[in-house]
Design a protein around this ligand. Structure first.
Ligand SMILES: Cc1ncc(COP(=O)(O)O)c(C=O)c1O
Length: 346
């Protein structure tokens, strides 16, 4: 079912988590190209494999610096990082190091610095430059796969990646990951080819059954229009109250994924996301929690809607989040006093 949903994938290998999927996809890209360096984007999370726990040091291309203890600097050095959505920086990096890059890995819609939409010209240029310099393009659809449309965001953006990684939704809540590509690329994997990857519990029947049942349910176009509609209502409701209260906040959304950033400016990359007022987010988060709305506990994560979020849930969410936003407004107007989530605030 996944292969028939994704034109860029002829064959698929199942693993047990998203981390395993990206780690294996990168090994495959290195095996195919015979190169070591990889390119990722600042603020993107692709799992906790050593070479992916690396962030950029500055706006330009930098040698990777580990963002976790325990990652050897020699490994981090093989990871190049660039700001998301920066087409000029891409061009500069590829002209300097393009022939050393095994692959570029990207979340088509970024969800791990909060939701940040891709600039379509940037995605096109990434595809063009990867091809020109012989690097493979990995679409990390672990979050976006089957979320905004049946298949993945790569379809919405005509991305045509070389390798795709999946997880989360395709396991229906049970442990799963997958990576897939054309027959030609997948033929490099052992036993057919020299790239080794295996796993005792890979493709286990319980996760496969749950994933299959989920994907079968998702094969209903009306379902994605429903998610889009509920997402639109929620984001519109939030934007209205933000405007009325003159709050320094902005809402980014794509389909059923959204983030309310506490910054007044557009959020297009990690630099603009990181300008968010995390103290204000903390007030908002706890004021929502007290009313029974469980948001992800970080400014830099995405809200996800599910098909259970019907009109009534969206109406109630807007009402309760509006109350939380009024408390945020008052907190700012009172000079940002120390906020204790245990206390009652108005
Ligand atoms: C885009 C993306 N890639 C990879 C991963 C890692 O997946 P897992 O947590 O299953 O290892 C995540 C997890 O949040 C993710 O969002």
């Amino acid at each position: 079912m996944i292969v028939s949903a994704l034109p860029s994938v002829d064959r698929l290998r199942f693993v047990n988590s998203g981390t395993e999927a990206t780690m294996s996809a990168i090994r495959l890209a290195r095996g195919v190209t015979g190169r070591s360096k990889i390119l990722k984007f600042e603020g993107a999370y692709h799992g906790h494999a050593d070479s992916l726990l690396v962030k950029a040091g500055s706006g330009g291309a930098t040698f990777g610096i580990p963002s976790s203890a325990g990652v050897p600097p020699e490994i981090a050095r093989e990871t190049l990082t660039l700001p998301y959505n920066d087409t000029e920086a891409l061009k500069t990096l590829f002209s300097a190091e393009g022939d050393k890059i095994a692959c570029a890995i990207i979340e088509p819609v970024s969800g791990n610095m909060g939701v940040v939409l891709p600039d379509e010209e940037f995605l096109r240029e990434l595809r063009r430059l990867s091809e020109k310099y012989g690097a493979l393009l990995i679409a990390d659809e672990i979050m976006t796969g089957f979320r905004q449309t049946y298949g993945g965001a790569q379809i919405l953006f005509s991305m045509e990646p070389d390798i795709t990684t999946l997880g989360k939704i395709i396991g229906g809540g049970l442990p799963v990951g997958a990576y897939g590509a054309s027959d030609k690329i997948m033929s490099h994997i052992s036993p057919e080819g020299p790239v080794y990857q295996a796993g005792t519990l890979s493709g286990n029947s319980v996760s496969m059954a749950a994933g299959l049942a989920t994907i079968q349910k998702l094969k209903t176009p009306a379902l994605y229009s429903q998610l889009e509609e509920q997402g639109r209502k929620l984001s519109q409701g939030l934007r209205e109250i933000i405007g009325r209260l003159s709050l320094p906040a902005t809402v980014n959304r794509m389909g059923s994924m959204m983030t309310l950033f506490f910054t007044p400016d557009p959020v297009v990359d990690w630099t603009s996301a990181s300008r968010s007022d995390t103290a204000l987010f903390r007030v908002f988060f706890h004021e929502c929690l007290k009313q029974g709305i469980y948001l992800p506990p970080s400014q830099f994560e995405a809200f996800f809607l599910s098909t259970r979020h019907d009109d009534e849930v969206i109406r109630l969410s807007i009402e309760k989040m509006s109350r939380a936003l009024i408390t945020c407004r008052n907190w700012i107007d009172q000079g940002r006093p120390e906020y204790n989530p245990e206390e009652k605030h108005s």
